[in-house]
Design a protein around this ligand. Structure first.
Ligand SMILES: NC(=O)c1ccc[n+]([C@@H]2O[C@H](COP(=O)([O-])OP(=O)(O)OC[C@H]3O[C@@H](n4cnc5c(N)ncnc54)[C@H](O)[C@@H]3O)[C@@H](O)[C@H]2O)c1
Length: 439
């Protein structure tokens, strides 16, 4: 059977560059974390690639290797970091300002972090209204800016003797926009770059330059970036994997854990009110209504798709779903997310669930950046390109083929991810049918 053969995967030899447009709280927590783990100073908690196992074969076979033993992933020791930001701070300075990690985790790696200095960014205030930075590229056209990003990528590769690279957008959330004509094909997009089309955002310029250079791209924010027809076309033509959007970390992670549970027991939903306070720079950016709109759309989508009110009108038709984010500086990166969930049970009797998640945003996001970098690199070496739906596990708003609704249920997403890994290695897919144990 074809399945048994698996997929040919090139080995993960040589060094791998990780490019990050945006070197703020998430990016620095990820890089500092990898550096700590390399030195044996801390554990990569939350990372499936580093800590996850995968069952192979029957339950009675007792085969549960580590995921990184099943598929050839790049070693943390082979990762080299680079990126862009509108502020000149080195990663050490940026991490100190972000205030996520304490000096216990920053000082032992200070020199390594200090060496990672951002290149000048592609930035337009119209797309992120709350930030003002000087470390910004100048160019006569957007095509010129894309070329400058391409030059940075080529120089980074050469200077570090890299075998290959991946990119993860860790930049601020851009204002909400729908795709328009200029995004409808690669040709129109390239024309738009030359004509300085105002609908082409900075994140789209980075994505274009990365895909042109054959660098897989993951989008950690809700902005369009690689989720347009033009970028899908470029990914196909350059045979590069892409994925997004918006890391699934705190409140939405909980939502996609709880909602499938309610639905599994056919408990109804009257309403789900979610509110947050956070005080980091991300919170400040999201204080702008247009950037918040990108986030709101991304956060609101999940319940509708999980609960399927059209299939279960008695349980879920017309439930109220509200999401708020409040910028509250004293909290810094330590967000508090409250959920009030009004549910109903037998004969319609009402009940409530309250969730108060005192989380740390970047602590939850950092392992996701690591996994995405490693899995996208794996996908590239396995010859997979275009949208990597099996990585939906990591996204609030997974990109899907036209006409296909996204799968938001965390457990289905995990099953899909693991089955994809099994498929890559020619292992049996696990269906959980299990009839053979009783034959
Ligand atoms: N932490 C989480 O749990 C989480 C979850 C989902 C999504 N995100 C998204 O991840 C992104 C990063 O979050 P963060 O907490 O690190 O924010 P942050 O504000 O600390 O870092 C973002 C960095 O991007 C830089 N930046 C903005 N525009 C840029 C551009 N055009 N080019 C280069 N750099 C640019 C900013 O200067 C800043 O340093 C945000 O978009 C956020 O919404 C975070």
């Amino acid at each position: 059977m074809g399945l048994k053969k698996g997929v040919e995967i090139k080995p993960a030899t040589g060094k791998m560059g990780v490019l990050m447009p945006g070197m703020g709280a998430v990016a620095t927590t990820f890089v500092a974390g990898v550096m700590n783990v390399r030195k044996g100073l801390a554990k990569p908690i939350g990372s499936l690639t580093q800590m996850g196992t995968i069952r192979l074969g029957k339950r009675t076979d007792n085969r549960s290797p580590a995921i990184r033993e099943l598929v050839p992933l790049a070693s943390l020791n082979d990762m080299v970091f680079g990126g862009w930001d509108i502020f000149e701070d080195s990663m050490y300075e940026a991490a100190r300002k972000a205030g996520v990690l304490t000096r216990d985790h920053l000082d032992p790696i200070k020199d390594d972090l200090d060496r990672v200095r951002p290149w000048k960014a592609v930035f337009e205030n119209a797309w992120v209204k709350k930030l003002h930075g000087e470390h910004v590229k100048k160019g006569s056209t957007k095509a010129d800016l894309a070329e400058q990003v391409g030059d940075d990528i080529a120089r980074f590769k050469k200077e570090n003797g890299l075998d290959r690279m991946v990119a993860v957008w860790c930049g601020s959330t851009e204002v909400y926009r729908r795709p328009v004509e200029v995004h409808s094909s690669l040709e129109k997009f390239e024309h738009g770059l030359m004509k300085n089309d105002p609908d082409i955002s900075p994140s789209q310029i980075y994505a274009y330059a990365c895909l042109k250079a054959g660098v897989p791209f993951a989008n950690g924010a809700p902005n369009l970036t690689v989720d347009t027809d033009a970028m899908w076309e470029l990914a196909r033509r350059s045979a590069v994997p892409i994925c997004g959007k918006d890391f699934k970390t705190g409140q939405t992670l909980m939502k996609t854990v709880l909602a499938p549970g309610l639905k599994a027991r056919l408990l109804g939903l009257e309403g789900w009110y979610s509110t947050n306070i956070l005080g980091n720079r991300d919170g400040e950016v999201l204080d702008d209504p247009e950037s918040f709109k990108s986030k709101e759309v991304s956060k609101l989508g999940v319940l509708e798709h999980i609960l399927q009110p059209h299939l279960y009108p008695d349980l879920y038709a017309g439930f109220h779903h509200v999401v708020r984010i409040n910028y509250y500086p004293p909290r810094g990166d330590n967000k508090e997310g409250w959920d009030n969930i009004d549910i109903k049970g037998w004969l319609g009797y009402p009940m409530q669930i309250k969730v108060d998640f005192l989380c740390r945003d970047s602590i939850l996001a950092a392992p996701i950046v690591l996994d995405l970098a490693l899995f996208l690199d794996l996908a590239r070496r396995a010859g997979m390109h275009g949208n990597q739906e099996w990585l939906s596990f990591y996204w609030k708003s997974p990109m899907t083929a036209p006409g296909l609704y996204p799968e938001h249920d965390l457990f289905i997403q995990l099953m899909k991810l693991k089955n994809t890994l099994r498929y890559m290695r020619g292992e049996e897919l696990i269906t959980h049918l299990g009839a053979e144990y009783y034959d």
